[in-house]
Design a protein around this ligand. Structure first.
Ligand code: TXE
Length: 485
């Protein structure tokens, strides 16, 4: 139970920071110490009803505001966060356990650029026109009014804003639910909304547990569209309930992504790229490359070099700027990841490095750390190679030729991302076309142009986000038809 001395996070409803209607809170841990350091509102239907009522009231104001004015407010919010970048980065680091250096270089700057990008993109939304002998038609893209976003813990502010920004920019009022595991930076953002100029009710943040407030959002009759990022099991549940109620649902789910190394790849960049894809954010990114497929001709050499770099990762206090591997987000998640390492052993895998929970000295001695772990000797169809582990754990598998590489790459129920490393342009084109995933990186990993579509095939999701796709998701298209003159 959370103690009274901890900082209380508040919901943000109708322009006010408010406690949950029930008065109930639960504890929020710093995973690098395992200590509770703040309290999270355990919101329920009452809080959601209040948020929906506030959003409905604000909907005409926000919808009818000129796009330029909406963009100005969003830019102001981005600037306010930017002025407090260090504070946000430190808060994200403590809340999630990820290295401070990563929060400073990726999470917070990308959160800010999400707001800026969609503020501007919202102004460029256009319709189409059709002229025929007897008709002239054109389309309008109009906001739903009230929409919801549900986001996960792995990139808290980044994914919170990735959904919130297009929803707002396209003229909707939003009920945003951040992960209960990492609510802090979404809360901090909400404290700046009034100063940024958001009319009360346009942006509402309700905190709490997925099974309670998340499920309430999914079944709420006045929320016609929900954008979700999280686990595949949760996504399936939201899709089930939401689709029965004929809601529009966007799902960005898990991955089991291949990193494919051909023997003509540039050695250093392929090696470093594979390590970054494996272990960035302790492997807790849906885009991480957790299955490393290496052409047989270079397999042994690559394996040895990869294991050396994995072993050289600096696991430690996330607040230490030299740390490259921070804490795993929660005790429960650490147990899940350790469970998979044990499963890999049972399935006959050989642990080449790592494989254990790490106990730090000093401030982080009770924190949740796992050694970067590399496994070989497992077949493509075992559970270790089929299920999303979402931790600093990768497997290595050899392949002989392009066909075998593609078969292995496509051998899981997921299809989110892949990276391929080769100096042959023809091979890159060929393989990219045949891999079943929403994005294929060639000789790079995790580079993003925010205008491009983003999402997964198979169990990795439904629909595409990014650029105009996200703005389209949050709007209804209307055709206006009149006699041609
Ligand atoms: O995510 P959840 P969890 C994967 C990863 C991880 C697994 C489970 O493999 O081990 O998912 O993680 C809200 N109705 N990813 O359990 O539960 C929840 O409160 C409505 C992949 O932490 O999917 C949070 O805000 N909402 C991933 C959000 O859903 C519900 C990122 C995500 O939580 C709900 C995170 C419900 N019934 C985990 N239950 C990625 N693709 O980036 C939960 N939520």
């Amino acid at each position: 139970m959370a103690g009274a001395k901890h900082k209380k996070i508040m919901n943000f409803i109708g322009g006010e920071l408010v406690p949950p209607a029930s008065g109930d809170y639960f504890g929020n841990e710093d995973p690098s110490t395992g200590h509770i350091y703040s309290e999270v509102p355990d919101s329920d239907e009452k809080d959601l009803d209040a948020a929906v009522a506030a959003a409905e009231k604000a909907a005409p104001v926000w919808k009818n505001m000129p796009g330029e004015s909406r963009a100005e407010i969003m830019h102001k919010l981005a600037a306010l966060i930017e002025q407090r970048q260090d504070e946000f980065a430190r808060a994200e680091c403590i809340d999630n356990g990820k290295p401070l250096s990563l929060c400073k270089s990726v999470d917070i700057p990308r959160g800010i650029s999400n707001l800026r990008f969609f503020a501007d993109a919202g102004k460029d939304m256009t319709g189409e026109s059709f002229r025929a002998d007897k008709t002239f038609s054109y389309t309008l893209r109009q906001p739903f009014g009230v929409v919801a976003t549900i986001s996960p813990w792995n990139l808290p502010l980044l994914l919170f804003t990735w959904k919130l920004a297009p929803a707002l920019a396209s003229g909707n009022c939003v009920i945003a639910k951040p992960s209960e595991v990492t609510p802090m930076t979404a809360y901090m953002l909400s404290t700046l909304a009034e100063e940024a100029g958001f009319p009360p009710g346009v942006l509402n943040v309700v905190h709490g547990k997925g099974a309670r407030i998340g499920a309430a959002i999914t079944r709420h009759p006045k929320i016609p569209a929900i954008s979700f990022t999280g686990g595949t099991v949760t996504g399936r549940e939201i899709y089930g309930t939401g689709s029965r109620l004929l809601k529009k649902i966007s799902l960005e789910l898990g991955g089991k992504n291949p990193t494919v190394i051909f023997d003509d790849a540039k050695w250093d960049s392929a090696l470093k790229g594979a390590v970054a894809a494996a272990f960035t954010n302790q492997g807790q990114i849906c885009l991480c490359g957790s299955r490393i497929l290496v052409q047989q001709t270079i397999y042994t050499k690559f394996r040895d070099a990869f294991v050396k770099l994995a072993g050289a990762q600096k696991v430690g206090d996330p607040l230490d700027e030299a740390t490259t591997q921070g804490a795993i987000v929660s005790h429960a998640h650490m147990d899940k990841v350790m469970g998979y390492i044990n499963l890999a052993r049972e399935e006959g895998g050989e642990i080449l490095c790592g494989g254990k929970r790490l106990f730090m000295k000093g401030r982080c001695k009770t924190g949740y750390f796992i050694e970067p772990t590399v496994i070989e000797g497992l077949g493509a169809s075992c559970r270790t190679n089929q299920e999303e582990i979402f931790g600093p754990v990768v497997t290595l598998m050899p392949f002989r030729n392009e066909d075998e590489a593609i078969a292995l790459a496509n051998s899981t129920p997921y299809g989110l991302a892949a990276s391929i490393w080769t100096e042959s342009k023809e091979r890159a084109r060929n393989v990219a076309a045949r891999i079943d995933s929403g994005i294929v990186w060639v000789n790079c990993w995790n580079l993003r142009d925010l205008r491009t579509p983003f999402g997964g095939m198979k169990n990795s999701g439904v629909g595409r986000e990014g650029g105009f796709r996200a703005l389209e998701f949050f709007t209804e298209e209307k055709t206006v038809c009149q006699p041609a003159v």
